[in-house]
Ligand binder design. Structure first.
Ligand SMILES: NC(=O)c1ccc[n+]([C@@H]2O[C@H](COP(=O)([O-])OP(=O)(O)OC[C@H]3O[C@@H](n4cnc5c(N)ncnc54)[C@H](O)[C@@H]3O)[C@@H](O)[C@H]2O)c1
Ligand SMILES: O=C(O)C(=O)C[C@@H](O)[C@H](O)[C@H](O)COP(=O)(O)O
Ligand SMILES: [Zn+2]
Length: 372
């Protein structure tokens, strides 16, 4: 699959398959500079074994290679870890004709991508996502960045990769709770653009096995949604905002829980929150709101945030850091129907509060609000 080029970026391929080690070496060879200035593999600690395999293959191809290990997960999206990467790139003398390779979940590809965007004011990166979430979303589209005290992803750059290698074999070692979290972004794509995703998830309510054809189909469908959008609007000046469906509330959940909620879990509740807002504005009917709860729950995801009960002010404060805010006004992506996203809706505070109450009340007779 190819992500179309824009005025600001070249087109690039997202290769989806199993056993794609050679594709990583080929992608580095095809990047501008072909890795001649050195190749630095930035990988999460849990991915040391595949990173070592890529290192061997790249060395065998005659390239100078180093590995930079970072902690897996959100805690690595910080200036301290980024600084260590910069120091190691300096010691390795990675040149403008060098290349980074990002290996890990979305936190690692966001971090490695930002290191690539900033080192020497920008060097190529080949992204090798190893979580479901990173394969369908984080590694595709060029949003890179880190978190700050003020909030999530507040420092970053648009820096598209030169290739993305989605090796589904990597999912074999991914903990099931992480696989489930990745379904949050997959189901989001179902609501904003591809209802066939919702049909698949509802037809078999369980997290699909990592090596199943269902996962392969869902990855292809979700990547197609993302590729089409970022191919039209890399820098989020318009259409790309639809990929942020559910994220206004999701990022607030992540911040107020100190990132103990996984991103994909928070996105699931954030989409239910957005549906509740849309319902109160007369945009979505009760059935569409219920469909949100059924689809995310079918994928094993939370559809409520009971811990947030009474915490509206803290969540609202976090929501005001949302990048879609303009002139101090919170702007949301909502739906006018399934696969009919609308951008730039400015709900009144009382609507937000009511939607918050609807998602913080524990669902009757269920415990679907707690992440695993
Ligand atoms: N840039 C974007 O467009 C974009 C899009 C969506 C999400 N994101 C970001 O992505 C991050 C979430 O990504 P995530 O859900 O992948 O979480 P993550 O990167 O935190 O990974 C979760 C854990 O799984 C481990 N892991 C990853 N792949 C593994 C594998 N194959 N085997 C064993 N362990 C593995 C990681 O090292 C980590 O400990 C968030 O920071 C979010 O903001 C960015
Ligand atoms: O690619 C995008 O654009 C998205 O909004 C995809 C989101 O799933 C992703 O979590 C993104 O990192 C959020 O970006 P932010 O600009 O709200 O920080
Ligand atoms: Zn997201």
């Amino acid at each position: 699959m190819t992500v179309p080029g824009t005025a600001a970026a070249r087109p690039y391929d997202v290769v989806i398959g199993s056993g794609l080690a050679q594709a990583v070496t080929d992608a580095v060879a095809a990047a501008p500079g072909a890795g001649a200035g050195g190749v630095a593999i930035v990988h999460a600690d849990a991915l040391a074994a595949p990173a070592a395999d890529y290192e061997r293959a790249l060395s065998t191809a005659g390239l100078r290679v180093t590995r930079i290990e970072v902690p897996g997960g959100e805690s690595a999206k910080h200036t301290g870890v980024l600084n260590q990467i910069w120091e190691q790139l300096g010691a390795f003398h990675l040149g403008r004709d060098g290349c980074l390779v990002g290996v890990g979940g979305g936190a690692t590809t966001d971090l490695a991508g930002f290191a690539a965007a900033t080192w020497l004011r920008g060097v190529p990166i080949v992204q090798v996502p190893t979580s479901l979430l990173a394969m369908v979303d984080a590694a595709v589209g060029g949003k890179t960045g880190i978190d700050t005290e003020a909030g999530k992803n507040l420092v970053g750059a648009f820096h598209p990769p030169t290739a993305v290698i989605d090796d589904l074999a990597a999912l074999a070692t991914l903990p099931v709770a992480e696989l489930r979290a990745g379904m949050g972004e997959v189901v989001k794509c179902g609501f904003i653009a591809d209802p066939a995703i919702l049909d698949r998830v509802l037809a078999a309510p369980a997290v699909p096995a990592a090596d199943s054809p269902v996962i392969a189909e869902l990855v292809a469908r979700a990547v197609a949604v993302k590729a089409a959008v970022v191919g039209e609007d890399l820098t989020e000046s318009g259409l790309r905002e639809i990929l942020n469906y559910g994220h206004t509330y999701a990022h607030a959940i992540e911040k107020v829980t100190d990132y103990t909620w996984r991103h994909g879990e928070a996105v699931a509740v954030g989409c239910v929150f957005a549906a509740e807002v849309a319902h109160r504005l007369g945009r979505l009917d009760v059935a569409a709101v219920a469909l949100h709860r059924r689809a995310f729950a079918a994928a094993g995801l939370p559809v409520a945030f009971p811990q947030g009960a009474g915490a509206f002010d803290a969540l609202y404060d976090a929501m005001t850091s949302d990048k879609k805010v303009r002139a101090g006004r919170l702007r949301m992506v909502l739906l006018d129907g399934i696969a009919q996203p609308v951008r730039g809706v400015e709900p009144e505070l009382e609507v937000l509060r009511a939607a918050h109450e609807a998602v913080t009340a524990p669902p009757a007779g269920a415990d679907a609000g707690d992440p695993a």
